[in-house]
Design a protein around this ligand. Structure first.
Ligand SMILES: *Cc1c(COP(=O)(O)O)cnc(C)c1O
Length: 432
């Protein structure tokens, strides 16, 4: 299908700015309208209960989850020093949701990705044996189940982090697992997966191609479950569970969310499943008092482009001449999820874009002032603060929650390279 870009630009002038690689903020004109949503609170609760059933198993096979009783969850950090250093004019409170430090795979993918693998394991166990939801889930670590799972394969296409989470979890359960990686996937991620017995197939093309190849390879095999990042309901619901957890965490911190105390949540967006799932869950809980904002790289703003044009997955960033290339792992995505764009029509406050230089600078400021390292993609949420303040949505009663989506698995030498790049950018002088 050929798209008439010129008439899109005439209709939506912001598309011209996006096309030029500029940083933009787009306020969603359909925000808070009513639309039909394909999932409900019951679906999210079902996912939460499934994760609770698996907790004893997770605790046993991943001892690092012991302190949280097998719950894969992250902390909230208060960013007072970072705020003083970089956003001192911000009136509301600034918090970081630390998914960069989620156990098992060190990124937000430890939510959706692991959830989908566990759900498939549960279904398989029930199909092959007399396993029920009342069974002791620690049984799944025994040789009997390992041997059953070894007949099955799990496949996924990924730029890296989803591959890590699916690969590590699947291999632990005993599944055969294949990760189709795009050209931009980091060598250390491929090496790490191979060290765990994961088959890594490298493609010279981008993320979308890796997903397509994975889907194709899985289609002919009845013993293969394909994790479809572009359309998976299970991934989405796995991410959405985070909202139920966040509700308790904010309550424990005595942070109110209501009409007088709005909550702004800044979510780095790739294909959209992660941020979409989180935003959906938060909307179920906080309704009109929570405002989700997506952030994408200037070279890969696929969700923003799909939502503005309402063409969703029918338009790619290459269609408007962008490269889709960015340092931001997980965000180098050219076409948004088929599932998420429609769901977000009424739920997304707005979205904005950020360039790679800026990501490095956020990374360095966070390291310098809070001693927290997160990967470049995970820093993108900070970009939203700028616009929300400048557009006067900020207030003393507002809480700004930046979702930090990855970082803990990045090897130390790679962390140093990122940091050094930031130092160099600062030296050269970067105008924002
Ligand atoms: C995958 C990922 C995201 C975004 O998730 P999507 O579901 O692709 O939108 C954000 N940050 C990091 C670090 C990721 O790996």
């Amino acid at each position: 299908m050929s798209i008439d870009i010129k008439s899109l630009e005439d209709k939506y002038t912001i598309i011209s700015n996006i096309k030029n690689g500029e940083e933009v903020f787009w306020k969603n004109p359909d925000y808070l309208t009513t639309t039909d949503l394909p999932f409900s609170m019951d679906d999210v609760l079902d996912a939460e209960q499934r994760l609770a059933r698996f907790a004893p198993y997770i605790e046993e096979v991943f001892p690092e989850t012991k302190q949280n009783n097998g719950k894969i969850e992250s902390q909230i950090f208060s960013l007072d020093h970072f705020k003083n250093a970089r956003f001192s004019h911000l009136k509301g409170r600034l918090l970081l949701k630390g998914d960069h430090a989620l156990p098992i795979s060190g990124s937000i993918k430890a939510r959706g990705g692991i959830y989908e693998v566990l759900k498939f394991a549960e279904e398989t166990a029930m199909k092959e044996t007399d396993f029920t939801i009342n069974s002791d889930y620690r049984l799944l670590a025994t040789e009997q189940y390992q041997s059953i799972f070894s007949k099955y394969r799990i496949a996924v296409g990924s730029t890296g982090n989803l591959g890590l989470s699916i690969g590590i979890m699947s291999a632990k359960l005993g599944f055969k697992v294949t990760v189709h990686m795009s050209q931009d996937a980091k060598t250390w991620k491929k090496d790490l997966l191979r060290s765990k017995g994961v088959e890594v197939v490298e493609h010279v093309q981008d993320y979308g191609y890796a997903v397509k190849e994975g889907r194709k390879a899985a289609a002919d095999d009845p013993y293969c479950h394909f994790v479809d990042d572009e359309a998976s309901k299970d991934l989405f619901l796995g991410y959405a569970v985070s909202a139920l957890r966040l509700k308790h965490q904010l309550k424990d911190l005595n942070i109110h969310v209501d009409k007088a105390h709005p909550l702004y949540v800044y979510l780095p967006c790739g294909v959209g499943g992660g941020p979409g799932g989180v935003a959906f869950g938060l909307k179920l809980i906080y309704g009109d008092h929570v405002h989700p904002i997506f952030i994408e790289p200037t070279e890969a703003p696929c969700m923003t482009l799909g939502m503005i044009s309402q063409l969703h997955d029918q338009i790619s960033v290459q269609d408007i001449g962008l490269s889709g290339k960015t340092i931001a792992d997980g965000l180098a995505v050219s076409r948004p999820s088929k599932l998420v764009g429609n769901i977000m029509t009424s739920l997304l406050f707005g979205s904005c874009t950020v360039n790679d230089h800026q990501l490095y600078l956020y990374l360095k400021t966070l390291k310098d002032h809070e001693n927290i390292f997160i990967e470049p993609s995970a820093t993108s949420g900070f970009q939203g603060l700028k616009y929300i303040h400048d557009l006067n949505y900020d207030s003393e009663n507002a809480t700004h929650l930046v979702w930090s989506t990855g970082g803990n698995m990045v090897p130390e030498n790679e962390q140093k390279i990122y940091y050094q790049e930031a130092v160099d950018i600062e030296k050269r002088g970067y105008e924002d």
